[in-house]
Design a protein around this ligand. Structure first.
Ligand code: KPL
Length: 300
């Protein structure tokens, strides 16, 4: 199968690299990482080891593939959508944080799937990615239910040795992932602690309340996610990734823009539309946005 991975950061490089063990893979990312992959291949280390030679491009416009995976930061979704709209794909699947798929649907004519990936990944240096935890990729239709195309994507992941499931309950999974991100990412970035310390330490109450708020928003939107299920998912991810720093924690530590709008913005937009109180998510969003504004990282 031909697969294009748009956004060769840590997760995109790991998933794309693993897929390259069985498929014809094109990574789209930035130099110097792409240059090194072109020259020396991509080395995967840690929980899975491999050395693969995917195609590596810095411009992904006008390409074609059976499947495109979008793994950019959520704030780059519109740029990814524009580039993909200039090409031809059998299906597009997002593996991003936040509720980004609707923006892809608006820009693309091919089927768009939602995906979640619980593999841990860290980019060590150009051309080298570490797998910090073997997880699972879930692919499913945005509206829920079975889909032959999603099944095909799942078979492609499995053929490359990636744990993958077709998720008929994708609407619930998307909100569960959003609850985990809302619970871990903001508190861990503000307190500068690991995922485990976020949920088990003094910020644990804040993390759990943020996850519960997302569950209330999900239910107001017609998706059946209970508060206890959201908290259980939060605790389980925090346990499985206890020693890791969240992506927002890494962004803040590196002085980079965060995914605050895609994570908390998505929650607050829907909470406001439905009249659901979400004071914890609102506070976390305002603090992260204040941090970004103080560093000139916000445009609006
Ligand atoms: O997705 C994540 C992130 O860091 O962005 C996890 C590890 C699940 C924490 O929210």
């Amino acid at each position: 199968m031909e697969v294009l991975v748009y956004g060769a950061g840590a997760l995109g490089s790991l998933v794309g690299g693993l897929l390259a063990r069985a498929h014809d893979v094109t990574l789209v990312g930035r130099d110097p990482h792409m240059r090194r992959v072109r020259e020396c291949g991509l080395r995967i280390e840690g929980a899975v080891e491999a050395h693969v030679r995917p195609r590596a491009l810095t411009d992904g416009r006008g390409r074609s593939a059976d499947l495109a995976l979008v793994t950019t930061k959520a704030y780059d979704t519109d740029a990814a959508a524009r580039a993909l709209a200039a090409g031809e794909y059998g299906a597009v699947c997002s593996l991003q944080n936040g509720l980004t798929e609707e923006r892809l649907v608006a820009a693309l004519e091919c089927p768009v799937f939602a995906g979640t990936a619980s593999y841990g990944a860290r980019l060590l240096e150009p051309g080298r990615v570490r797998c910090t935890g073997v997880g699972e990729v879930a692919v499913g239709s945005l509206a829920g239910g079975e889909s032959a195309l999603a099944d095909r994507a799942v078979r492609a992941f499995r053929a490359a040795g990636i744990e993958a499931v077709a998720a008929a309950d994708m609407p619930r999974r998307r909100y569960e992932k959003l609850a985990v991100n809302a619970g871990i990412n903001g508190p861990s970035a503000l307190a500068r602690v690991t995922n485990g310390e976020t949920v088990e330490g003094p910020a644990g109450g804040t993390a759990r309340e943020a996850a519960r708020e997302v569950a209330r928003v999900a239910r107001a939107e017609g998706t059946d996610l209970t508060e206890s299920a959201a908290v259980e998912a939060l605790e389980s991810v925090a346990r499985d990734t206890a020693a890791n720093r969240s992506s927002m924690g890494e962004d803040v530590a590196a002085g980079r823009r965060t995914e605050v709008d895609a994570i908390y913005g998505s929650v607050l937009e829907r909470a406001d539309e439905r009249g659901v109180p979400a004071s914890t998510c609102r506070t976390l969003a305002s603090l992260i946005r204040a941090w970004e504004a103080g560093r000139g990282l916000r445009t609006g």
